[in-house]
Design a protein around this ligand. Sequence first.
Ligand code: IMP
Length: 197
Amino acid sequence: MPKLVLASTNKGKIEELRELLTDLPYELVGLTDYPGISEIEEDGNTFAENALIKARFVADHTGELTLADDSGLEVDALNREPGVYSARYGQPGWSDRDRYLFLLERLQGVSLEERTARFRSALALVDPRNHRIEQVDGTVEGVVLDSPRGEHGFGYDPVFFILELGKTMAELTGEEKNRFSHRGRAVQKMIPLLKEL
Ligand code: IMP
């Protein structure tokens, strides 16, 4: 089976991508299989730019078909912060929990109606054999609650509430999250492209 490298070291993300891509005829491998690959500098201004930077870098270094996701949370009341800085929001070394508590602090005093937000995922696929590039994206709309709920998922999931489901992202099962999430929606668009390679 041909390899498909998932260009991420984020455990939550890799788990979701593995679930979403499980039926495809590819051997899915993570970056942990390529310890020589150093930290990738994500200096793009958009999720799409960063996804392409990661996918290109890993495809160049491995010579394998590579899929990268760049994603994050945009909060309207904070001028779309943390956005591309979602993984680095606040202080270096902080846990996911530290970061969402910091977000809640920044939103203190903001009413629920004004706490609208969305998760975005940009996916980039790079085939180093023919330099083919494919890019798709997905979003999910919601609001940021004022306290965490739920035990599943990762990152900002416990504070992101999806109105149509009446649950936070961390209250969804893995299967439900993959059906409704930004990443799940982006992957659904990428699957036909992966099948046609
Ligand atoms: P990246 O690995 O540079 O794309 O950073 C993505 C960051 O955005 C993660 O570290 C999380 O903080 C946040 N994020 C992305 N997707 C999700 C998700 O599905 N749930 C919760 N947080 C997410």
